[in-house]
Write a protein that binds this ligand. Structure first.
Ligand code: IMP
Length: 182
């Protein structure tokens, strides 16, 4: 697997240090309030696990799986729900936990969808954001790192379902895309 990776973009310790800061900011903002974390499967599992365990605010957790119609790896913004939430959002403070915001189309749709369910508030925390790839302006309250518009893997993010368990964020070597690796 080592040969498939081009470079490490964010190390495990950099990610951990940033998660400490994000958790402190979330705790300060939601002090004394009830909070529902909504993870977007599957990429957000690592962020959800590590961010939620840093919070002192009592939280509940729920999960959603969505699929974006589009060609290849490009998101179209037309989203289908594969797994819906179990929680009733009425009157809840909701924090969507995301791995990465790329074009922003999926998240933009998700925000509209969850807001229409009567939540008291809906905000977003994402580990990564690619500002150069943004197609829509989405208000993301908590951002771990702004990164270049490169395809990254690790820490929950996959390429063809591989690399999710890497403890860091890295970029893939070109031969992986060309079908000779992975
Ligand atoms: P968006 O609608 O373009 O913002 O798509 C966001 C989704 O695309 C993320 O939740 C990821 O599943 C996937 N994605 C976008 N960029 C990457 C990447 O660099 N690596 C792995 N998955 C990515």
């Amino acid at each position: 697997m080592g040969n498939d990776l081009e470079k490490v973009l964010l190390s495990e310790s950099e990610i951990n240090a940033r998660l400490d800061q994000l958790a402190a900011a979330i705790d300060a903002d939601y002090k004394g309030r009830d909070l529902l974390l909504v993870g977007v499967l599957k990429g957000a599992i690592m962020v959800m696990a590590d961010l939620s365990r840093r919070l002192h605010t009592p939280v509940q957790m729920d999960w959603m799986a969505v699929s974006s119609y589009g060609s290849g790896t490009k998101s179209s913004g037309v989203v289908r729900i594969l797994k819906d939430l179990e929680a009733d959002l009425h009157g809840r403070n909701v924090l969507i936990v995301e791995d990465i915001v790329d074009s922003g189309l999926t998240l933009s749709w998700l925000l509209g969808n969850l807001r229409s369910r009567g939540a008291a508030s809906v905000e977003v925390a994402t580990l990564l954001r690619k500002p150069e790839a943004a197609k829509v302006n989405v208000d993301v309250r908590y951002v771990g790192f702004d990164i270049p518009a490169e395809f990254v893997v690790g820490y929950g993010l996959d390429y063809a379902e591989n690399y999710r368990t890497l403890p860091f964020i890295g970029t893939l070597a070109p031969h992986v895309y060309e079908g000779r690796g992975a």
